[in-house]
Design a protein around this ligand. Sequence first.
Ligand code: GLA
Length: 509
Amino acid sequence: MVMRYFPMAGVSLLAALVLSACQSQQASPLAGVWLFGKEVQDFPGVRMIEIKPQGDGYTGTMTTDWYGPMPMKDLAVKDGVATFGIFNGNARVPVKTWTARLDGDKLHVTGEVWYGKLDNDAVRGSQADAEKRRFHLTALPPYAELKPDGLAQTPPMGWSSWNKFADHIDDKTVREIADAMVSSGLRDAGYRYINIDDGWQGQRGADGQIRPNSRFPDMKALADYVHGKGLKLGIYSSPGPKTCAGYEGSYGHIQQDAATYAAWGIDYLKYDLCSGEAFYQSAQQIRASYQEMGQALRATGRAIVYSLCEYGRGDVGSWGRNVGGHLWRTTGDIEDKYQVMAKLGFDGNGSPQHAGPGGWNDPDMLEVGNGGMSVEEYRTHMTLWAMSAAPLLMGHDLRNMDRQTASLLENPEVIAIDQDALGIQGQAVRKEDGAEIWVKPLAGGAVALALFNRTDKPLSIEFSAKDAGLRQLATLRDLWAHQPLVTDTRHITLPAHGAALLKVSGNAL
Ligand code: GLA
């Protein structure tokens, strides 16, 4: 190689050498790579800390299993102690102050993020160790819009394991639920999807392919069994490295996972942001990450209903369809409590103009039959979901269902409101002192009219033809009682937290 002399370059090289000598003289012994052992808490699974001098100060990263590399916010290094903040991308999780303190040749680190605490020692590592532990980030795809594929022309109906079983779910239970779906008559009432939520995942093989855990010995055989019953099988994953219950997510394996699901015969995917919230914080990034899986599912060529679960962030209803989604959660998680269900269903279920054939606002799965609400409250739950054209995904144990639960879920006249071909999401036309009147126009010109008593005392609710957008009420039918009402009925008395669901007809206003 011919050495040439560049005077200016020589000066700047000299300056750089002087600067770096100063820095290394001043660099705190905290600078460098610090490694944690396996004893640290699984959440968020802190593996490594790296602190580097930068300019007058320092920059640092904490590498975790859940959230990948997390930048240290406001890192300050002074007298052998570093303080910094850690943010997991969730605005509701406050950023707390962490400390890293030298203790002999170890670094003692304490801090909290969400429910994860660290109070552990790290040992010094090399750059080579750092490379081995470094989290491999992957790029998001460029913006694209997927065309409609014709699935989910009416809101999906089925069952999901989460509300009743959480992650205590296995092959045997799923088969028994499929059996009960048929024997109870629920399949023939329209409930077709049997969805395994979080908790089926095992580890990835050396080829990167996801394997189910030991509770699911053969996913393909399970899909065959479910299909043999005239039902469809759903599964669950996350765009992050970990799902919400801490199982393996799809980060870095999106196309491979979509292909695996298709090969197993999966018909439905719920894709839950979970740990992905640290990677994808802006609406554009969240959208791109859901688009990536939407494209991967399409590329399989299999008809797979795609359920977006990112809790309504970034105005998901305005782009859910464009990323291939057929339903999108609009809210946080439902609980088997009237107040939680009511908050989601009455007040939180997105913008009705986003819903319609092929794409639905999803206020979360049903709790009917789980025991935490009264029969009247469950009737309200079902009425509200039907009026909202919400997906009807049951969440109870179908193997032990009492008659009252079955009659709430199987009522064909109520299901017909939810599944109406126009696909209009109903909405409140009047709200007064705890009384709400909701209207949902139906195919053929009739109107579903729901009355709700949100108070904890009985209430008589008055309604009119005008509420339904009609000139007069020519016919009225009570869909829970399965009988007509006399045409001059204008009041209905509802129990505390109760609901009535009517189908009315007349000339339009
Ligand atoms: C999130 C979702 C729930 C459920 C759990 C599983 O909380 O919102 O519906 O899927 O994760 O861990």
